[in-house]
Structures are given as C-alpha cells and as structure tokens.
Design a protein around this ligand. Structure first.
Ligand SMILES: C[S@@+](CC[C@H](N)C(=O)[O-])C[C@H]1O[C@@H](n2cnc3c(N)ncnc32)[C@H](O)[C@@H]1O
Length: 255
C-alpha cells in the first residue's frame, strides 16, 4: 500500500490517494494491473464478501437510474458488467455502453452478456474514464458502481461524466462509505480491515487488492464531501442516500 502526501486544503477533491501496490507506477496503472489480476475471482468474491448484499445495492441504484425512463445509458468502470446487465434487464433502454480500463474484467462481462442474450443491447468498451471518447451531451444516465474510488483523478473522471451526460440527464454513483454509528462503525472496521483482506488474499491470489479496498474507502471523500465535488463540477440537485447503515452510499445528481 502506498500513500501520496496529504493535501491539507479544505477542497474535498484534494484528498489523500492510495495505490494498491508499493510501486513507482501511477495509480491508474496499478489499479488496471490489480483488476486484470483479480478478474477471474471478482464476482465470486463480491458475493462471498458482501454475503450477496452487493446485488441489493445495485438494485437500489437501478431504481434511482429508472427516473426519467433513460434510453441511452453509460456505465463507467463497468467491470464485469453487473450494473450494465441489470440496467439492460430492468430499464428497457435502447442501448447500454459499459466501459472499463481492465480488459480482463470486460472479458468476463462479455461472457455474461452473451450467456444472457443481451449482446444486442449492451456493448462493452475498453477505455479510461478520465478521457472518455464519447460525444458531449449523449447519455440520459451515466452510472458507476464501486468505480469512482479507483480513479486516479476523481474530479477529472466526474467532469468527464458530466460532459457526456445530456442536459437534464442523471449521474448515479454507488460507492462504499464509512459508517459512523456505533456498533456498525466498529464492526465494519474489524471486518473490512482484517477479515475481508484475509479472505480476499486467499481467494483472489493477490495479497494487496482487498487491503487496498479498505484503505481506499478510508480516504475516499464520502457523503457531503462527494456531493460538494459534484456541485463544484456543475451538477445540480446532488444528493446522497446511505444503504446498509452507511456501508454503501448512492449519490445522484442532474446536469
Ligand atoms: C470495484 S470494480 C467495480 C466493477 C463494477 N462496476 C461492479 O459494480 O462490480 C472497479 C472497476 O473500476 C475500473 N476502473 C478503475 N479506474 C478506471 C478508469 N480510470 N477508467 C475506467 N475504469 C476504471 C476497474 O478496472 C474495475 O473494473
């Protein structure tokens, strides 16, 4: 685990960043390497480590995304495409584009899409969320589940999401957050800091990935700090709603 120096300004978009490995390469490169490596175990570990609650969190995000009956959806950092698949199944869109920087995560997603006969609705594309190749104002909804915490430059990634969203369109972000209330906070810390990295290390064969998960959640600007960044970028009506006692939070805003 590697920390960069902490920027002590009050700007929530200036926060300490952590990288998965103690290497000189930048966060983006390390994150790509990590997800390429753990891709074969990712879905299984998601279900195991959250005892399946991650699927409920994605369903809640789908409910928020359904507002306005979106037809063109872009799922950023789509990974193995769970949110893109749910959106295609539940929201009756014309098209869902899922994009991600890890080709191994996308390869698993592509297999799932073929198996579910959704290839006519969902397209997965390799790309960097901080430099989207999509046109301005082209999507009704831009979503991301557990993706934005991994960006090298959060503000740049969110600015890109704002650019490709059409006026009136909605951004929906699902991300881990730090629960505040006793005893959930204490239980969360024990589980995320000690138990989860231990199981993750054995099952994913990467001894850093699930340690990085805990560390990256600790420094991520959650709750109001995240909506403050959305406001800075120019989003309107930004709000958050916590799930499972604050372990996860849904953020939404409009352009
Ligand atoms: C924790 S996974 C989430 C995957 C999926 N959205 C889900 O709900 O399971 C985070 C994903 O973010 C992707 N990612 C990280 N940085 C990225 C970037 N700069 N551009 C695109 N994808 C990125 C990773 O490759 C990984 O697939």
């Amino acid at each position: 685990m590697h920390y960069t120096t902490l920027d002590m300004t009050s700007d929530p978009s200036h926060y300490k960043t952590v990288t998965p490995y103690e290497e000189s390469s930048d966060k983006k490169e390390q994150v790509t390497k990590m997800f390429d490596k753990i891709a074969p175990y990712y879905d299984y570990l998601n279900r195991l480590l959250t005892i399946g609650i991650d699927t409920i969190w994605r369903s809640k995000a789908i409910k928020v995304m359904s507002k306005g009956n979106p037809k063109q959806i872009l799922d950023i950092a789509t990974g193995t495409a769970d949110l893109a698949i749910e959106a295609a199944k539940k929201l009756n869109p014309d098209h869902v584009t899922g994009m991600d920087i890890s080709k191994e995560m996308l390869a698993i997603g592509d297999k799932k899409i073929l198996k579910k006969n959704l290839a006519n609705i969902i397209t997965l594309e390799l790309g960097d969320s901080e430099a989207l190749k999509y046109a301005d104002n082209s999507y009704d909804v831009v979503s991301s589940a557990f993706g934005v915490r991994n960006f090298q430059n959060l503000k740049q990634g969110l600015t890109e999401m704002h650019r490709v969203l059409r006026p009136g369109g909605q951004i929906v972000v699902l991300e881990f957050s730090r629960p505040k209330a006793f005893p959930i906070k204490q239980a969360f810390n024990l589980y995320f800091k000690n138990i989860l990295p231990f199981i993750g290390k054995i099952k994913s064969k990467d001894d850093k990935a699930y340690k990085y998960l805990y560390e990256s959640v600790q420094v991520f600007p959650d709750y109001n700090r995240f909506t403050d960044i959305l406001d800075q970028i120019g989003f309107k009506e930004s709000k958050w709603s916590s799930l499972s006692f604050g372990i996860c939070t849904i953020y939404s805003a409009t352009k």
